[in-house]
Write a protein that binds this ligand. Structure first.
Ligand SMILES: NC(=O)C1=CN([C@@H]2O[C@H](COP(=O)(O)OP(=O)(O)OC[C@H]3O[C@@H](n4cnc5c(N)ncnc54)[C@H](O)[C@@H]3O)[C@@H](O)[C@H]2O)[C@@H](O)CC1
Ligand SMILES: Nc1ncnc2c1ncn2[C@@H]1O[C@H](COP(=O)(O)OP(=O)(O)O)[C@@H](O)[C@H]1O
Ligand SMILES: [K+]
Length: 504
């Protein structure tokens, strides 16, 4: 499964492998793998030269190997090198020698009028230690101004491989169309700014055996992580077999939020779905008359899975209802206002921590920041850490939303979601996700699988809609439930027909 490794873990694997190999072998393999990809991207003899940017460290060494290999393949290569202040590593010095001995030419800076068939970014990799300044910053800005295929070596220069943040308050990083990353995949290429900067990510393992890699605690959220939870339905089933979901929210002026969550629950297979309003809400949804409407203050939630928060507001009634739900035994999804209420109340926080039934929290970065008492910037600066911290603090399953949604489990396991697109950056899509999480819980899914699968399907549904021309611009939350239904039924259809135990 798609393991993601921290920089510390990659360094550990690299050292262990290097100790068993001739000097420079890993860099040579990196150079060969990246040159093969570069030649594929060029798709034949290029009309224009390839520009290779080489930095002061071993990422620059990889760049020299690529340059030498491309030159050897007959490609016209120009190299711009930012030399290091001290001595380069022995393998980088050797690679520089190879590049110098090749037909590649060296230039002092990127020519203003240069036209390239491909730019290879080998400025900085996992050794990036501070924001880019001076010549390096100018080079990155120049690369980003050119409309051209850009292949980043290991990590787009300027991007933090662990967090997906561009280093520095006003930092810059290479916007790559492709990234070939070495030894193992890295979380920062898939979350926060990572998806925009890395482009398509390819992994070159450099011959390092899986067995030599440290056990990963972070994975890409892909179907093998959760697909066993999709079970075909038995003929001998009825609506009571698929659980009840109650969505609690809909304060005055926010009636739409719980309805979106409820529709998502209905379209993803919950047996019965209720909307329980904290404030005399609507009595009927004429688009989805299957939904049932109740008053949250008097509704009996026993036996239901509860999705609390969409449009819930912060009234005294909302707080009282939330306290009761936290004390109850129903599986809970806490979203939006329910999260804000918990963040503002030590009393609600201790009730949440003390729960025995599963809780899934679905904060966006600002809601997560409120829970942690920090700014949204701090959360975004290390999304994995923020999600894990909330999961540990409240013994809950946490879905930290945004590009590259992070799912963190109370035991420290974490995943980064690769599906979804900016079409989801519109009001109400989070309500749909919360309803979907609640629906899977109500159908008996373990909380871990429900959180992982809900996030993946929500993104996949948006990707399908975009492929059909519905978005990303103008995609609406209300279009998601039907698309989620299609994704879910396909997942079930792909599962081996084992089903549940037939009733005797
Ligand atoms: N060591 C090895 O065995 C291998 C290393 N590999 C490559 O080596 C890279 C890591 O090499 P390094 O550890 O040398 O690190 P980098 O090449 O990523 O960069 C580190 C160098 O840049 C300087 N530096 C860091 N941030 C800077 C900034 N903002 N402005 C100016 N200078 C800055 C550091 O002082 C150091 O000289 C990997 O990303 C990968 O590309 C690969 O060749 C695989 C094998
Ligand atoms: N740029 C993006 N790429 C991928 N997913 C996104 C993007 N922007 C938002 N999303 C997803 O859309 C949903 C938005 O939820 P949220 O911020 O709670 O919005 P709302 O409260 O309006 O429903 C989340 O699932 C989030 O991960
Ligand atoms: K790089």
């Amino acid at each position: 499964m798609g393991a993601l490794y921290s920089v510390a873990e990659i360094r550990q694997a690299e050292q262990a492998a290097a100790a068993q190999l001739p000097p420079g072998a890993l860099m040579q393999r990196a150079g060969q793998a990246a040159a093969r990809i570069a030649l594929d991207l060029l798709g034949g003899a290029p009309a224009r030269p390839v520009l290779v940017l080489a930095g002061p460290g071993n990422n620059g060494g990889d760049a020299f190997e690529v340059a030498a290999n491309l030159a050897q393949a007959g490609v016209d290569v120009a190299i711009v090198h930012i030399a290091c202040e001290g001595e380069p590593s022995a393998e980088t010095a050797h690679a520089l020698g190879r590049a110098r001995a090749s037909t590649a030419t060296f230039a002092d800076s990127i020519p203003d009028d240069g036209q390239w068939s491909l730019i290879v970014d080998g400025l900085f990799g996992i050794g990036l230690a501070r924001p880019l300044e001076g010549a390096a910053r100018a080079m990155v800005e120049a690369v980003n101004a050119v409309d051209c295929t850009v292949l980043a070596l290991d990590v787009p220069s300027g991007l933090d491989a662990d967090s997906g943040a561009v280093l520095g308050p006003d930092g810059v990083a290479v916007i790559a169309t492709h990234t070939v990353t070495f030894i193992g995949d890295k979380p920062g290429l898939h979350t926060y700014a990572g998806r925009d900067y890395a482009g398509e990510v390819m992994v070159a393992r450099l011959g390092i055996d899986e067995a030599m890699m440290p056990g990963a605690s972070i994975h890409l959220n892909e179907p093998p992580m959760f697909e066993l939870a999709f079970v075909p339905r038995l003929h001998a089933s009825h609506k009571g077999s698929f659980g009840d979901v109650a969505v609690v929210g809909g304060a005055h002026g926010m009636a739409g939020a719980p309805i979106l969550a409820a529709r998502a629950a209905l379209f993803s297979g919950a047996g019965r779905v209720y909307v329980a309003s904290v404030d005399h809400g609507p009595a009927y949804d004429n688009v989805q008359p299957e939904l049932m409407f109740r008053d949250a203050a008097t509704h009996n939630f026993a036996g239901s899975t509860v999705v609390a928060g969409p449009g819930m507001g912060d009234s005294a009634t909302a707080i009282r209802i939330l306290a009761k739900l936290l004390d109850g035994e129903s599986p809970l999804v806490l979203d939006a206002d329910a999260i804000n209420l918990v963040a503002a109340s030590p009393d609600l926080q201790s009730r949440l921590s003390a729960r025995h039934a599963p809780s899934i929290l679905t904060p966006h970065p600002l809601e997560a920041a409120r829970l942690l008492g920090v700014t949204a910037g701090v959360v975004q600066g290390d999304r994995l850490e923020a999600a894990r911290e909330i999961a540990a603090r409240f013994d809950a399953f946490v879905v930290l939303k945004g590009s590259g949604t992070v799912i963190a489990m109370p035991d420290g396991e974490a995943a980064i979601n690769p599906t979804g697109n900016p079409g989801l950056a519109s009001a109400g899509t989070g309500d749909v996700l919360a309803g979907l999480c609640g629906s899977l819980l109500a159908q008996g899914w373990p909380a871990r699988d429900a959180a992982l699968a809900a996030v993946w399907m929500h993104g996949q549904a948006a990707d399908r809609l975009v492929a059909q021309g519905v978005g990303p611009i103008g995609l609406t939350a209300g279009e998601l439930p039907a698309a989620i239904r299609t994704v879910l039924n396909r997942m079930v259809a792909q599962r081996p027909k084992r089903g549940g135990q037939p009733q005797s």
